[in-house]
Design a binder for this molecule. Structure first.
Ligand SMILES: NC(=O)c1ccc[n+]([C@@H]2O[C@H](COP(=O)([O-])OP(=O)(O)OC[C@H]3O[C@@H](n4cnc5c(N)ncnc54)[C@H](O)[C@@H]3O)[C@@H](O)[C@H]2O)c1
Length: 250
């Protein structure tokens, strides 16, 4: 029970990697609050977590609505009285070429990924100071490598990496750890890629040295458990590649 008595807030927890993290955290004893867009998917995941004996709460919210973000943190405090772990996992984006990237396309990626991460981190800071908490933000090899048709996604993800390292520097004095996970896993987002952009999907899978897509709970969720636990107390400002070796090994 590596996360016994911990309270975690996870964005995009209804499906994919976020859902995998919710399950992994629940099995390690954490109380789990997660945010999602779809009422139906959120309720379904909440049911699954309650069945595991987890103290779970689903908050339906559009993370692109900046004005609502501070109230999400307040809901966690109202219900559980504290916050130990913030996981910024949610992200939306559209894959188009650089020249097709309109301001609307850029706004979607920045609002759902970058702005929600930045505002939730600042809203959570007073509470994370009290618990010497942990922040885990999600980034992507697509941003590091500069994959084609990912300008808005790359912008959001590398902006998240930049502010996370600054926060790691500034918040170390409070005992707060800020780390990043760069995953590859078989989420619905990747399944959509397989249908909509089969060439990009096939290329991605062929470049994974470990020869398979990661599992949302067993691979990515477990890595997040490690970063959220006291086992990672001396790790901060790091990008942990949980991608089967894709970016660093060729
Ligand atoms: N799956 C991969 O292989 C992969 C690779 C690199 C990076 N990532 C990153 O990992 C994270 C999770 O990826 P995934 O594949 O599970 O994604 P996904 O698209 O399957 O799920 C994203 C989640 O974010 C939520 N979300 C999106 N926009 C939202 C909004 N406006 N308000 C509330 N919730 C919103 C969705 O409802 C969903 O639950 C993302 O940050 C993604 O960029 C994933």
């Amino acid at each position: 029970m590596k996360l016994k008595d911990k309270v975690a807030l996870i964005t995009g927890g209804s499906s994919g990697i976020g859902r995998g993290i919710c399950h992994a955290f629940a099995k390690e004893g954490a109380a789990v609050v997660f945010v999602g867009l779809s009422e139906q998917k959120g309720k379904r995941t909440e049911e699954e977590l309650l069945k595991l004996g987890c103290n779970a709460l689903f908050i339906q919210a559009d993370l692109a609505d900046r004005s609502k973000l501070p109230s999400i943190v307040e809901m966690v405090i109202e219900r559980f009285g504290k916050l130990d772990v913030l996981v910024n996992n949610a992200q939306s984006s559209i894959n188009v070429t650089f020249e097709e990237t309109t301001e609307e396309v850029m706004d979607l990626a920045l609002n759902t990924g970058f702005w929600s991460t930045f505002i939730l981190m600042n809203s959570a800071l007073p509470y994370l100071k009290l618990t010497k908490g942990k922040v885990i933000n999600f980034v992507s090899g697509a941003g590091m490598i500069g994959l084609s048709k990912q300008a808005s996604y790359a912008a959001a993800k590398e902006a998240i990496r930049g502010i996370s390292r600054v926060a790691a520097t500034e918040w170390g004095r409070y005992g707060i750890n800020v780390n990043l996970i760069s995953p590859i896993a078989n989420s619905p987002g990747v399944e959509r890629l397989q249908v909509e952009h089969p060439n990009a999907y096939n290329k991605m899978v062929s470049l994974i040295p470990l020869g398979r897509l990661g599992d949302c709970e067993e691979d990515i969720g477990r890595a997040a458990v490690f970063l959220a636990s006291s086992d990672a107390d001396y790790i901060t400002g790091q990008t942990i590649m949980v991608d089967g070796g894709t970016v660093m090994v060729r």
